[in-house]
Ligand binder design. Structure first.
Ligand SMILES: *Cc1c(COP(=O)(O)O)cnc(C)c1O
Length: 359
């Protein structure tokens, strides 16, 4: 098979070593004499996997002991409702930043449970900039503040963690594990797995213990963080295979040197690509430099008529899934942890050749 670099936004590229391990272990897992897909989640083999994967994630992210780590189904989108259900704790208001497509969806869901105060709104600038924190309008009576550290579609990423006097909730679906963060600054961190953790079907929730156990009445038992926390994420059958893949990705990340090493690699990858975009009038990225994402790099061709030709030629050169989100058009290169520097270098070389031929 020839080398292909997959720039898909999610489900996304996995590290090759992890895919090879999945292949090698597919039929027989450990001492189980069966595939990891075929064994009980309560058996010794899977329980050991679950414990070790949680420990590895705790090591990687330096998660303090007073936080629970939950491995759930339902994707990041189910957290859009679980967050208000669990964190309102008798209050009627919550603060949300509106910085892109995903925060907009989180807001729409929260509005079904409470009054949402939008503390900053980037829709006026088409999600290319974030207002200075000092100018945000934060309602002190809000139960929490929810934000999206990396907006996957417009490629808009915070370069700091907002510090507020209420629990901070972060949808880290497209940026978790891409660099070091201080978990103790957060009340809840959640992420769907299919971008930077593994494959679809799993979401990971990191929640401060004192925020658990005050769920709104008459909501599904499964949607109570306490149900998951008190049952080691095994109240019902968890997503065993996605959990297994996540465990292999965590091990791979440790082998790479952990998140400080990943941050250096990711920063270099992003800089290489933005430099190529900025260095030409043929390509364009409209996001304010400070808030440009390390993980999702949208770019436009000055001549949009060339889009289909660009995508076709790129794919013929082994650079696949570069089509931009339908709301933005153009291209988007999603360059999560699994994308090596070589993939970026090949993309940049292709972009320069394409410009020479068509510019
Ligand atoms: C992809 C994505 C989601 C949606 O994730 P699902 O697991 O499909 O529900 C939510 N938020 C962000 C920031 C995303 O990138």
């Amino acid at each position: 098979m020839s080398q292909v670099y997959n720039f898909s936004a999610g489900p996304a590229m996995l590290p090759k070593q992890v895919l090879q391990l999945m292949q090698a272990e597919l039929l027989e897992y450990g001492s189980a004499k069966a595939s990891v897909m075929e064994i009980s989640h309560r058996g010794a083999d899977f329980m050991a996997l679950a414990q070790k994967s949680e420990q590895n994630l705790r090591d990687l992210m330096n998660i303090p002991d007073h936080y629970k780590v939950l491995f759930m189904q339902g994707g990041a989108s189910s957290q859009f409702s679980m967050v208000p259900i669990n964190l309102l704790r008798g209050k009627t208001k919550a603060n949300y930043t509106h910085t892109g497509h995903w925060s907009k969806k989180a807001i729409a869901e929260a509005q079904r449970y409470c009054s949402v105060n939008i503390c900053t709104d980037s829709s006026d600038n088409k999600y290319t900039d974030i207002a200075d924190f000092e100018c945000w309008n934060i309602d002190e009576d809000g139960a929490y503040l929810h934000y999206t550290p990396n907006e996957t579609i417009a490629g808009l990423e915070f370069d700091y963690t907002p510090e507020v006097g209420m629990p901070l909730v972060a949808d880290m679906s497209s940026s978790i594990l891409s660099r070091e963060i201080d978990v103790s600054k957060y009340g809840v961190i959640y992420a769907g797995a299919q971008k930077n953790i593994g494959i679809a079907g799993l979401s990971i929730i990191i929640v401060r213990e004192d925020l658990i156990g005050n769920v709104v009445q008459n909501q599904p038992i499964l949607f109570d963080y306490a149900t998951q926390a008190n049952n080691d994420s095994m109240y019902n059958t968890p997503s065993t295979y996605p959990w297994y893949v996540a465990s292999r990705v965590f091990e791979w990340l440790k082998e790479q040197g952990g998140l400080s090493a990943m941050a250096k690699i990711n920063e270099r990858k992003a800089k290489t690509l933005y430099k190529a975009i900025d260095g030409s009038d043929f390509y364009l990225n409209p996001v304010t430099k400070r808030y440009r994402s390390w993980m999702n790099v949208p770019f436009l061709l000055a001549n949009e008529d060339l889009n289909p030709f660009f995508l076709e030629k790129a794919a013929n050169n082994g650079l696949i899934t570069l089509k931009g989100h339908r709301s933005l058009g153009g291209m988007r290169a999603s360059i999560y942890n699994a994308m090596p520097q070589e993939g970026i270098d090949q993309l940049v070389a292709f972009m320069q050749d394409f410009e020479k031929e068509n510019g």
